[in-house]
Design a protein around this ligand. Structure first.
Ligand code: HEM
Length: 446
């Protein structure tokens, strides 16, 4: 593969539906130097080693490629952009701010936050699927994969439901600004505009929650001092936005990639329908096989690093291609096969090392619930087009729309139990009672 064409191939939209043959090529040179002096790493062992290597920095202000792309605007307190969050900090600051945030999101201080939302997630999914009842065609992205995580993260943070329409426009603009296909000036303009609007939006929310705190995450962060003190306001605003955006943009892709994969593997769809417990390992396999985040850009070598026979010089920019590492045959047998109950499925879907995804427990639960509900309630789902249209980003990769034809929607509840008991072909339609389990007006027919 010509080195000069590597980055162009990543950007090439025609590779979006199936980038995997290109990744197979990439792995032939595990650590590849590109003409601009940056390095692309594509094999599992090397990516895992670098994710855990303290000589690799996440501080975007140190990164030459980020500076060239104008990406440090907004991260350097220039008045137009964001104060850096722990995503783009190194230890010890990273660890401190991650801990302050985690204090209100998960163990050890708040172990029930995510698990406590499980029933609510199920209720949201039930309502979304109920709304498909009178349709013969649905769009899995618009009707399920997007509304679930956006509703969940808004409720968790304490963002009022009506605000989604406000921030949607700016989040789209912010995501467009990360499109490496755009020229740096346009990227920067979009980033500054989105950053200014989003910051004002989040500051307003933080102020409101401080004045009248609720039980949500933003209220807790805005009012609780904790043993390590309170986060400075500017940083609280950036962190709130990070959680809001990372909290749904990625999970959307996990759910839509998951539905697409299941429709391409009808036997696995059938297995999930009969055994909803399969959703747990299946989501792990999806994070490996069709991960929502394909690479992490803008890491910087702080020292010369010898790896896979190459010396990455101090100061060089690195991109870690997680999705290529996930299909490395040196790490996993039959990497191109979707095997939902793989044993010991270690993947890079959530990254690794100190920046390992903060929201992983939330994303896993949402995807498990959404995929199970899809498998157990939608009758005879069929892909309308394969491949579906994809979102432009090579980095947050997933379908922009996923039209699926259906014959109907089954009643909520343990449809899988009914299916197993009744041979699978005579389940009640939406609104009919499932044997031994009344149709619940609380969950259906709103
Ligand atoms: C399927 C869904 C998700 C995927 C695939 C995903 C993927 C990732 C990856 C690959 C990283 C590492 C980035 C790096 O090393 O630079 C990361 C970090 C992060 N994720 Fe997620 N994520 C998902 C869902 C979420 C959710 C639901 C939230 C919020 C509730 C979230 C919040 C974060 C945060 C705050 C970080 C930064 C962690 C740190 O720097 O210590 N993510 N995520």
């Amino acid at each position: 593969m010509a080195e000069s064409s590597t980055w162009e191939q990543i950007l090439d939209y025609t590779n979006r539906a199936n980038p995997y043959p290109f990744y197979d090529e990439l792995r032939k040179t595990p650590v590849r130097r590109l003409p601009d002096g940056s390095y692309l790493v594509s094999t599992y062992a090397e990516i895992a080693a670098l994710l855990h290597d303290p000589r690799v920095s996440s501080d975007i202000t140190r990164n030459p490629a980020a500076a060239a792309a104008g990406a440090t605007i907004g991260e350097d307190g220039d008045g137009a952009g964001m104060t850096p969050t722990f995503l783009s900090m190194d230890p010890p600051d990273h660890d401190k701010f991650r801990r302050i945030t985690m204090r209100h999101f998960g163990p050890p201080t708040t172990p029930g936050r995510v698990a406590g939302m499980e029933a609510r997630m199920a209720e949201i999914v039930t309502d979304l699927v109920d709304n498909m009842a009178d349709r013969s065609r649905i769009d899995v992205v618009d009707d399920l994969a997007y509304p679930l995580p956006v509703t969940v993260i808004c409720e968790l943070l304490g963002v009022p439901p009506g605000d989604e329409q406000r921030f949607r426009v700016w989040v789209d603009l912010a995501l467009q600004s990360t499109d490496p296909g755009l020229d740096p000036e346009t990227q920067q303009k979009k980033r500054i505009e989105a950053g200014t609007e989003l910051r004002a939006f989040m500051q307003e929310l933080v102020d409101a929650h401080r004045q009248a705190p609720g039980t949500d995450l933003l209220s807790a962060m805005a009012t609780d001092d904790g043993p390590e003190g309170r986060m400075p306001d500017e940083q609280l605003v950036s962190t709130g936005l990070l959680l809001l955006i990372a909290g749904h943009e990625t999970t959307v892709n996990l759910i839509s990639n998951g539905v697409l994969t299941l429709l391409r593997h009808p036997d696995e769809l059938q297995r999930l329908r009969a055994d909803p417990g399969l959703a747990i390992p299946m989501v792990e396999e999806l994070l490996r096989y069709e991960p929502p985040v394909h690479f992490v850009p803008f890491r910087t070598a702080l020292d010369d690093i010898d790896i896979a026979g190459t010396t990455i010089p101090a100061g060089a920019s690195l991109t870690l291609v997680l999705a290529a590492g996930n299909r490395d045959p040196a790490h996993v047998a039959d990497p191109g096969l979707f095997i939902p109950d793989r044993a010991n499925n270690q993947h890079l879907g959530f990254g690794g090392g100190v920046h390992l995804c903060f929201g992983a427990p939330l994303a896993r639960l949402e995807a498990q619930i959404a995929l199970t509900e899809f498998a157990t309630r939608l009758e005879n789902p069929r892909l309308v087009s394969d491949p579906p249209p994809y979102r432009p980003s090579p980095f947050l990769r997933g379908p922009s729309h996923l039209p699926v034809d259906i014959d109907g929607v089954l009643a909520p509840g343990r449809a899988a139990d009914g299916l197993a008991a009744r041979g699978g072909d005579q389940l009640p339609r939406q609104g009919e009672a499932l044997p031994g389990r009344a149709f619940s007006p609380q969950h259906g027919g709103r």
